[in-house]
Design a protein around this ligand. Sequence first.
Ligand SMILES: NC(=O)c1ccc[n+]([C@@H]2O[C@H](COP(=O)([O-])OP(=O)(O)OC[C@H]3O[C@@H](n4cnc5c(N)ncnc54)[C@H](O)[C@@H]3O)[C@@H](O)[C@H]2O)c1
Ligand SMILES: [Zn+2]
Ligand SMILES: [Zn+2]
Length: 343
Amino acid sequence: MKALVKTRAQVGLELKEIPTPEPGPDDVRIHIMKSSICGTDLHIYDWDDWASHNINIPLTIGHEYVGIVDKVGSNVHDYSPGDLVSGEGHIVCGRCRNCLAGRRHLCRDTLGVGINRPGAFAEYLIIPVANVWPCDSKIPLEILTCFDPLGNATHASLSFNVIGEDVLITGAGPIGLMAASIVRHIGARHVVITDPNPYRLTLAKNMGVSMAINPQEQTLTDIMNHLAMKEGFDVGLEMSGSPKALHSIIKNMSHGGKIALLGLLPDTTTTAWNKVIFHGLTIKGIYGREMFETWYKMTTMLQSGLDISKVVTHQMSYKDYGDGFDLMRSGQCGKVVLDWREI
Ligand SMILES: NC(=O)c1ccc[n+]([C@@H]2O[C@H](COP(=O)([O-])OP(=O)(O)OC[C@H]3O[C@@H](n4cnc5c(N)ncnc54)[C@H](O)[C@@H]3O)[C@@H](O)[C@H]2O)c1
Ligand SMILES: [Zn+2]
Ligand SMILES: [Zn+2]
């Protein structure tokens, strides 16, 4: 089969012919239709510091995908060839306290598809049946392939009650944009998003946020005055990984406000801890998706009118993957989707 493999400790990937994997007894083999490029894939492509310390090569990368079940192991009875599926990219241990209690997103021994084991930028992917998610074929394929990042956005956005609340999202990358659509869909009042990237601010405006602002040009105090918000934001979603953005959230929260941290912040990040204490703020770290409540909720929200279609800005053949990674690096894109079907 064809696969995009990280073969060398340098920038780039190699489109290679490699053996098609066989499913084990508890596995499902998926014939990939579409996959999407994540920031993590770009880190691996560019072979940055994180990648060189965390990735063992050779490795087929990619963890966001949709496809058709093509072959199942002997213990698999819930799926059969022809089923449209995606899958959870965190393979959990099944034995730790959290796994046993059904809190699998908190497993302390997780393996990542396309990070610690072969991934989805290939014609075929093998995952354990416990990780397979059945897809609603009425949802477009380019949306289904984004269920992993949409799940990140859903997990964060549903962490706190946002009905009638004012929500601040820092970072209008694909996940921040999806979160903006979600909190709008579930009944937030004002949804303000910040990003220094004009392309992404335009995307956000087109997706119906109350205000999309460049933090280098406008202050949140001005925005709050403009929206006649007296007491600050009720919910903050940090989706940029920027310490400056975290700082702006903490500064502009209402007392008792709730903050979800999803963007990966540098270890050296400092914050105004006394504001967190005196203002009674709650901070929650978000990792991955709740298995599988998040998958259920994102499906039902899409079935009831959630529209994230504008986040998918580019679709191309897997053969043009180099262009896809260049786009990701430029920031002039939302989600970039690769199509594997013309093989
Ligand atoms: N916790 C998890 O499970 C998880 C999963 C996936 C991604 N992530 C992280 O979540 C974040 C968002 O993911 P993404 O794919 O949307 O990333 P992305 O890099 O495409 O988007 C981040 C956006 O933040 C913007 N930004 C930079 N500085 C900013 C600032 N000071 N204020 C406001 N915006 C600023 C950038 O211009 C960019 O558009 C990343 O940090 C990513 O590493 C976390
Ligand atoms: Zn991802
Ligand atoms: Zn576990």
